[in-house]
Design a protein around this ligand. Sequence first.
Ligand code: PEP
Ligand code: MG
Length: 324
Amino acid sequence: FMQGLERLRDQPAVTTDGFTVSLLTNTGLLADATPGLQRGAEGVGLYRSEIPFMIHDSFPTEQEQYKLYRKVLQAYAPRPVNMRTLDIGGDKQLPYFDISETNPYLGWRGIRFSLDNAQLLISQIRAMLRADMDNGNLRLLVPMISRVDEIQSFRRYVEKAVEALNREGQAVRMPKIGMMIEVPSAMLLLPRLAPYIDFVSIGSNDLTQYLLAVDRNNPRVSSLFDHLHPAVLVALEQIQQQCDTLGLPVSLCGEMASDPAAVLLLIAMGYNCLSLSAYNIPRVKLLIRSLSRQALMSLLEQTRQCSSEAEVRALLAPVLEQVG
Ligand code: PEP
Ligand code: MG
């Protein structure tokens, strides 16, 4: 089994007609680095920094964060690591900081929480920048952007942190800054957000949740939660095309990247970077290597007529059966 993995690890995720996809991994645990690298992750597409915060018993200090982030960056260097700033709120709670809200998914989440707790955000940015000094593979990612002023403020915090650290004699670099698209307003304002970012990462879990108004963790409506809902597919095509026009690299890092049916359509749309759990990388790589993008594009064309996720899945099922 390990031998098979090793052979596959060194092969690219390329379709039979030459479309290459970068496969990165989602993580929040240092312990994931070994399985990730064994499975050929080309880097970390999403480092969920809230995970170490959630398993701590108080807010970690800048120094504690620095030590941890440095280990993570080192483990993957020289491969890129997209470190996302704190994304608590919603279903992600800290045991030592209660956020009780009637509508947690519409509340104090992600960048909103960080901008309202600036000292915490600054400590996180400083820790990440310092951790990058010996490594040079850090990219910063911001969750839950829904407004232009949020990304403007975030960028200013990063620029100020770089200046402050340089004044303190620490030669940190300005990293690339990326934004998650997981709120519909961010998708609709992409051209206005673009001047402040270097790349885009789609959080398909939240984007699906917010486009469909379906709580991703509520069992009563969970049957309505599907990233193959035609509206989600329209959104994803639009984002890909806009990023193309704007010259913004884009990746997708929600659960969708692990769903073989969804992968067929993402490749057809032109997504060439996916981030997923390390354990799913070999399976998705094998799938990609067995496909022709040209054939998938006519499949995508057909799904444009579908009015439900069930119709979409029915169209894709025979293709998946064929590739086994
Ligand atoms: C997402 O929303 O798809 C995502 C990747 O972020 P998270 O699951 O951490 O909210
Ligand atoms: Mg999200």
